[in-house]
Ligand binder design. Structure first.
Ligand code: FES
Length: 122
């Protein structure tokens, strides 16, 4: 016997709402910005630039976060786990724009663990 299309029962029951809520918060990471001490809790994978703006901080950008202008440089002060190394492109953009080596382009850095950062103009 066939059920009418679109009316069949789901094969798997939806998880209880507590499980959904737990999953939504499981990948949240705290980012602290100095010297203000402002904080943002963001999902893993959010860029550092998005996290800063989420904390209400201005971030210089002339390229729409496309990794071209090199104005979004931030200094990483602390990290719970080491950040991935710069890509060749990030390194090249920084070099061409004379960005100090110790700064990272906030639009290229994805937050994966708790960290603290600052920008030269805050
Ligand atoms: S915003 Fe332009 S390089 Fe990051």
């Amino acid at each position: 016997m066939h059920e009418p299309r679109g009316l069949s029962s789901p094969a798997v029951s939806p998880p209880p709402s507590d499980a959904i809520a737990a999953r939504r918060t499981a990948d949240l990471v705290e980012v602290r910005f100095e010297p203000s001490g402002r904080r943002a809790r963001v999902h893993a994978g959010t860029t550092l630039l998005e996290a800063a703006r989420g904390a209400g901080l201005p971030v210089a950008s002339a390229c729409g976060a496309e990794g071209v202008c090199a104005r979004c440089g931030m200094r990483i002060l602390e990290t719970a786990t080491p950040l991935p190394a710069e890509s060749d492109r990030e390194r090249d953009i920084k070099r061409r724009n004379r960005v100090p080596e110790e700064l990272r382009l906030a639009c290229r850095v994805e937050v994966r663990a708790a960290l603290a950062a600052t920008a030269p103009y805050w």
